[in-house]
Write a protein that binds this ligand. Structure first.
Ligand SMILES: *[C@@H]1O[C@H](CO)[C@@H](O)[C@H](O)[C@H]1NC(C)=O
Ligand SMILES: *[C@@H]1O[C@H](CO)[C@@H](O)[C@H](O)[C@H]1NC(C)=O
Length: 481
């Protein structure tokens, strides 16, 4: 008898085998593409749930580790690893029926709950609204190990690795600036406090977050109108899993406790009473009180730049040909320069191109691809534009002695959004009121005078060009690249 044609069963078997072989080799494939190390237990703190676990080596078989069972012994206690208002790194955080539980026999050592968690509702102005955001027993509780045993029974389902846990309403999430320069920014600033010596290469010992969990947001509500949020996520943490309100509700309805191995918990409302928040109105600001490397953001920025097809070194150095990028809003319809002032600015910048040999780009982001936007930002030495979302691109610049953001405001107007973010990256920010420039520490208080959002913002293009020369010649003498 000859060989019979393979049966469906045999074909399926081969498929299963091939998938198995592939999975075994996946870690290697990932390593080559992923600059942030794989989720190995970090040297800072070993995996709190499974200190004994060993990497799979092909010859051991085990039950999937889905459950942390304490049987008759004490319920493992929650540990606060790092905390500032609105940003908390917590090991063994429990959730049960939609409520967050901190299990501790030393409740006096736990920070005030309102600085960790809130009701996660929209932020409105006023004392009444502030009080309405404070958490109560139906949101978060501290319980003793004895109470935990009564409530949870003998174990909890494990959510392993690091979870970015977001307890914010949709209010600010659907906007590139708030997503990338506040949420993503604050998360990494808080989390990277566990590796406070990240070098300029951006290499870190921290495992990438496994998942991002939103307790108050539907899946379709996290993307922004400029469709940049997804580019930031997929380029910095390509295998991050995102979970939303319905996933949160699933677990709540199961009436079973779950335990997070480690969360980095973000809560905008909880961040608001912090001094740093009060000073700068930036939700990420309190996180800067934690330890951190001067190069903290490069772990993210370099991955985004590589994703855009460039080397992370792009934009570095102070002796290379500088790149000036003016992000024009003149076609946007809101917050625009006086047309003649815009034209004069463009002429003055073109002069710099001719006289000094700088590269000058006048761009309209909506007309560029997302990749082009990231590439140009990564190469840019001086980024300028009217106060607005386009300046979020500053996140991808390479901080050095001459990298600068110049922001145009209606005279008398000011907001910290891009000013604070620029400084938080170690770069220099200048605000412009027509021909007057100002920079930290001599900056005005936030103000939104009439005309702030209008289309008649005056600007002296000559003064802006003069500042560019000043930044690129006088302060560019030191080569720190
Ligand atoms: C950063 O890590 C990668 C591997 O992930 C390694 O090839 C590279 O040499 C490291 N860079 C530095 C400056 O340590
Ligand atoms: C695999 O791991 C098991 C348990 O840790 C160990 O006993 C065994 O020697 C290992 N096998 C190989 C091939 O490394």
């Amino acid at each position: 008898m000859g060989l019979a044609p393979p049966t469906l069963r045999e074909i399926l078997l081969v498929c299963v085998l091939l998938t198995g072989v592939y999975l075994v080799f996946v870690p290697e494939t990932r390593e080559r593409f992923f600059a942030v190390p794989l989720p190995l237990p970090s040297p800072v703190s070993p995996s709190p749930l499974e200190p004994e676990s060993e990497p799979f080596n092909g010859s051991t078989r085990q039950i999937y580790n889905t459950r942390m069972s304490w049987e008759t012994s004490q319920v493992p206690q929650t540990k606060i690893i790092a905390h500032v208002p609105g940003w908390s790194i917590i090991d063994r955080l429990y959730i049960y029926k939609g409520v967050v539980f901190i299990v501790s026999d030393e409740p006096h050592k736990i920070p005030q709950l309102s600085a960790i968690y809130s009701k996660g509702v929209d932020i409105e102005v006023g004392e009444e609204a502030e009080l309405a955001r404070l958490p109560d027993d139906s949101d978060i509780r501290i319980i003793s190990t004895v109470e935990a045993r009564e409530l949870f029974g003998s174990g909890a389902q494990i959510l392993d690795g690091v979870t970015y846990f977001v307890n914010d309403p949709p209010q600010f999430v659907r906007h590139y600036y708030h997503w990338a320069a506040e949420l993503w920014f604050g998360f990494w600033r808080a989390y990277s406090s566990l590796d406070p010596s990240i070098p300029a290469s951006g290499n870190t010992s921290l495992p990438a977050p496994r998942r991002m969990l939103f307790t108050r947001l539907d899946a379709f509500r996290w993307r922004d109108y400029s469709t940049m949020n997804q580019w930031v996520v997929r380029s910095s943490f390509p295998d991050l899993t995102m979970e939303f309100l319905d996933d949160w509700d699933d677990r709540a309805k199961m009436q079973t406790p779950f335990v997070f191995e480690r969360v980095v918990l973000a809560d905008r409302s909880a961040a608001m009473p912090a001094l740093n928040y009060q000073r700068y109105q930036r939700t990420a600001a309190p996180a800067f009180a934690l330890p951190g490397s001067a190069h903290w953001w490069l772990a993210i920025r370099n991955n985004v730049v590589r994703f855009a097809g460039l080397e992370p070194e792009v934009g570095a150095g102070t002796r290379k040909r500088p790149v000036i990028t003016y992000i024009s809003r003149q076609a946007w319809g809101r917050r625009m320069l006086v047309p003649a002032d815009h034209e004069k600015l463009v002429r003055e910048l073109r002069k710099l191109e001719v006289v000094y040999g700088y590269e000058v780009n006048v761009v309209v982001p909506e007309k560029m691809t997302r990749l082009e936007q990231l590439q140009l930002a990564a190469r840019t030495t001086i980024l300028m534009g009217v106060h607005g979302n386009g300046l979020t691109s500053l996140l991808w610049m390479k901080p050095n002695a001459r990298s600068t953001v110049i922001e145009f405001f209606y005279p008398g107007g000011f907001a910290h959004d891009y000013e604070y973010t620029t400084r938080a990256l170690g770069m220099t920010h200048y605000g412009f009121w027509d021909s007057d420039a100002f920079t930290s520490p001599d900056i005005p208080l936030p103000a939104y005078p009439e005309g702030f959002q209008g289309n008649s913002i005056p600007l002296d293009g000559e003064a802006v060009a003069a500042l560019c020369i000043h930044r690129l010649r006088l302060e560019g003498e030191v080569d720190d690249g």
